[in-house]
Design a binder for this molecule. Structure first.
Ligand code: SF4
Length: 219
């Protein structure tokens, strides 16, 4: 299977660090959810239907590795679901509201790559805050179920500052190592459909990356 090629090779020494960071994310999430009295269980709004974008090649490489470990049959099924998701996305009218489609890596409510699921899958749900330069803070709400129990209290807000910082440090180290410098913004469906190959300029994902790179260079 064609994957992220040289990035995947360059990423291997970083996977242990990413695994530790993922554990820290899970612990921070569990602490915030507990403080807010929030339990993520049996919710009708399955957040695996949200069209999340992923921006770091270290996480994409980790996902590619986990995907390669699935059986060829399951990989094939996920690719078919990814193509359906992309077709539905292409037909979606932006005026009709947000686009929801079950992630192609969700099988019967279970994440096929649970240990390797990316940051946003781990952190989505609780209210959050992010430290910015000059002492400013950015803040965001939790999901609908979280908001019902949390009710705006300070307890239960997940501070994402150190998590983002540490992920950025890993990402920069991998980009230095691999020489890959393009911006990436891809959903799981795009990644699966393109064999996670951000470097292949002929893949749909590669074209998206090239387009983003041109926009970045011209801005
Ligand atoms: S990667 Fe896993 S946790 Fe994330 S949206 Fe897909 S199925 Fe859900």
């Amino acid at each position: 299977m064609k994957t992220v090629n040289t990035i995947l090779f360059a990423a291997k020494p970083f996977f242990g660090h990413l695994e530790k960071l993922y554990q820290q994310m899970d612990a921070a999430y569990a602490k915030a959810a507990k403080a807010a009295g929030f339990v993520c269980e049996g919710c009708a709004d399955n957040c695996c239907k949200t069209w999340f974008y992923h921006h770091t090649v270290i996480e994409i490489a980790c996902l590619a590795k986990a995907f390669e470990e699935l059986t060829p049959q399951i990989q094939q099924q996920a690719k078919e679901k990814a193509r359906l998701a992309l077709d539905a996305r292409a037909d979606h009218e932006p005026d009709s509201g947000p686009f929801f489609f079950l992630c192609p890596l969700n099988e019967d409510g279970r994440c096929l790559v649970y240990e390797a699921r990316p940051m946003i899958c781990r952190l989505h749900g609780t209210a959050w805050k992010l430290g910015l330069p000059q002492g400013r803070w950015q803040q965001g709400p939790g999901c609908g179920e979280f908001e019902k129990v949390w009710q705006g209290r300070e307890k239960g807000v997940l501070d994402r500052t150190l998590i983002y910082r540490d992920l950025a440090i890993l990402e920069q180290a991998l980009r230095r190592e691999s020489g890959f410098d393009a911006k990436v913004k891809a959903s799981i469906a795009q990644l699966v459909a393109a064999d996670f190959d951000v470097q292949n300029p002929d893949s749909r994902l590669g074209q998206t990356v090239r387009h983003q790179k041109r926009k970045h260079e011209n801005s």
